[in-house]
Design a binder for this molecule. Structure first.
Ligand SMILES: [Zn+2]
Length: 407
């Protein structure tokens, strides 16, 4: 579809504005000619859109030395996101800590900070006050971010009055004991800034980060699995995150695995996570599960010992492998995905028991007559993934806003 600037209706122009900036964000600097080819736009349409984005301080243009000569002998200008002015604020609310970063539309991370307070279980208002204070301090004297993306360890949902506007409410975060927290609205109110704020489940946004910047680069389909105390996933189908109604997809830790067996923190019993999550690891090591920080510290220490090759610790990690393998085999049959990326505790299981996992996947494929391989890779970004993923949902929120409000 080719349109000139003169023919474009306001709707089409806004759509193209969004598409062009998104292309630059995902693929990096590009010549005007390249943008026209990638987006199916005429030279004059690209010129009009680039002029509008430049006016808004979102892109810069330069005559790159390597730019090809296009058209009537004129050098093609290279367009790039303005990473110094066009930035989003990424927030990762973890169970133990809150981290923030300013991330440019060009992917550059301008500044990162870790808040010295941890989230308050059961007291979202107090956490929000501290977060708002930290956002004010962090962004003071800097270019105002275009949007905010927040990764939260729980279920997120759209507001009842704007269900299609993207997730803005934490419906339930078990480890924080938060219920129906209007996080986006409350933060906007506290920092008195009119900018889009979007939420995403930690595993979901980490999957986006791995797809765009990590182990999933170049793939269109990917299953991202992350285990720490609990087990979560992000499912990418045809380049997009599979959210499902209420963005509740990917709760693979609560697939029924051995009904009637061990009680799960979700209230059910026999969920996959009771056999492959953090408690299972500690159980195999003969250590008490405990709770909170003590449990996480115990897990970290055990995994470090396994990495050093201590036989007892390695045995505890590999003892998880058969149950991990069975779950992987089911997920492969369900999704038929070409790539499974494993983060957190699962990356350790992959390191110490790759053979067990690959055998199960191969057997599953041969039962179904599937010849295409499923690749298993450790996550590339690890602890940085939720923060980078939060930046991605912030960019999406800004682009949606741009498409809605541009003249
Ligand atoms: Zn469960």
């Amino acid at each position: 579809m080719t349109r000139t600037a003169g023919q474009a209706t306001p709707d089409v122009r806004r759509h193209n504005l969004r598409a062009l900036l998104r292309h630059l964000h995902l693929h990096g600097p590009c010549t005007r000619t390249g943008l026209g080819e990638a987006l199916g736009l005429t030279r004059s349409a690209v010129a009009d859109l680039v002029a509008e984005l430049t006016r808004r301080g979102l892109v810069t243009e330069s005559a790159a030395a390597r730019a090809t000569t296009a058209g009537r002998g004129r050098p093609s200008l290279t367009v790039a996101p303005d990473g110094r002015r066009a930035r989003v604020l990424a927030v990762d609310i973890g169970v133990d800590e809150i981290r923030m970063a300013l991330v440019g539309l060009d992917g550059s991370v301008a500044a990162t900070t870790v808040l010295d307070q941890v989230p308050e279980p059961g007291d979202p208002a107090r956490t929000l006050d501290r977060l708002a204070q930290a956002v004010d301090g962090f962004t003071a004297g800097r270019t105002r971010p275009l949007a905010v993306g927040i990764a939260v360890p729980g279920l997120v949902d759209g507001a009842a009055d704007a269900p299609d506007g993207g997730p803005s409410v934490v419906s339930f975060a078990p480890n924080l004991d938060w219920h129906q927290v209007h996080l986006a609205d409350e933060l906007r109110r506290r920092v008195r800034l009119e900018m889009p704020v979007r939420l995403g489940n930690t595993c979901n946004v980490a999957a986006l980060a791995e797809l765009l910047h990590g182990a999933g680069r170049g793939h269109r389909n990917m299953l991202y699995l992350y285990a720490r105390v609990g087990v979560g996933a992000g499912i990418i189908v045809d380049g997009r995150l599979l959210g499902g109604p209420g963005w509740a997809g990917g709760e693979v830790g609560h697939m029924l695995f051995a009904p009637g067996d061990r009680p799960c923190r979700c209230g059910s019993s026999g969920c996959w996570e009771t056999e492959v999550g953090g408690d299972a690891l500690l159980r195999h090591a003969g250590l008490p599960a405990g709770r909170g920080h003590a449990r996480r510290a115990r897990m970290t220490e055990l995994l470090e010992r396994a990495d050093r090759g201590e036989p007892q610790a390695v045995d505890a990690v590999t003892a998880l492998a058969p149950a991990v393998a069975t779950g992987l085999s089911s997920l492969q049959a369900l999704l038929g995905t070409e790539l499974i990326v494993m983060g957190g505790l699962f990356s350790h299981v992959l390191r110490h028991a790759r053979g067990t996992l690959e055998d199960a996947l191969r057997a599953g494929r041969s039962r179904l007559g599937v010849r295409r391989e499923t690749e298993l890779l450790p996550a590339a970004l690890q602890t940085g993934a939720p923060l980078l993923g939060a930046a991605e949902i912030a960019v999406e929120a800004f682009l949606d806003d741009l498409a809605d409000t541009a003249p």
